[in-house]
Design a protein around this ligand. Structure first.
Ligand code: MC0
Length: 152
């Protein structure tokens, strides 16, 4: 905090995004998608897991040589009633989410709530590799499902 920063009642807390964490695409078949991205774009999988709570089988693909750079997340449904299954049924395969890395997911969620945006969860849930995540409703973010990711 510097002397020039505004403080006091009515001043909104800052929203601090660090970088693009990943872009998520919904696919019907994870293994087929991994083969497609490897053969077509030369992208390789650096992490894979099933997140039962989210109902997804997911893989993170590195893009380019930077091991800490933004990733492509490939999301396939692990259950028929999951968010990804519903997305595929409505829109078909394609871009499902844009995720930003944040230092503090609760503080960022609170700062967005203060701006009138709806967060999907009252408290953060478990995301990829033990991260803590929350989402902004796509109707409050220009038609984009925005994910906040606080890495483990
Ligand atoms: C729905 N809508 C979207 C959208 N999903 N718009 C843009 N991007 C999306 N992904 C639109 C619909 O078209 C509809 O628009 C309106 O939002 C409301 O639709 P709805 O019927 O309420 O939609 P639902 O029931 O499919 O729910 C949407 C919602 C859901 C975003 C709330 O998908 C959700 O809870 N997502 C968060 C969890 C998630 O996505 N998990 C999978 C990734 P109209 O104009 O027709 O009204 S797991 C993950 O990402 C983890 C592993 C991680 O990264 O660590």
């Amino acid at each position: 905090m510097t002397a020039s920063e505004p403080t006091g009642p009515g001043v909104l807390p800052a929203v601090e995004l660090l970088r693009i964490d990943h872009v998520g695409v919904a696919v019907p078949d994870l293994d087929a998608a991994l083969q497609f991205y490897a053969e077509t774009f030369g992208m390789h999988c650096v992490h894979q897991e099933t997140n039962e709570e989210q109902g997804v089988r997911e893989a993170m693909l590195a893009v380019g040589p930077d091991p800490d750079g933004p990733r492509l997340q490939v999301l396939a449904p692990a259950s028929p009633d999951s968010a990804i299954a519903k997305f595929l049924g409505r829109s078909g395969p394609g871009l499902q989410q844009l995720a930003y890395t944040v230092r503090d997911v609760e503080a960022t969620a609170e700062a967005l709530r203060a701006r009138g945006l709806r967060l999907l969860y009252d408290t953060p849930r478990r995301g990829t590799a033990g991260s803590r995540i929350n989402f902004v409703h796509p109707k409050d973010a220009g038609g984009v499902l925005v994910e906040l990711v606080e890495p483990a």
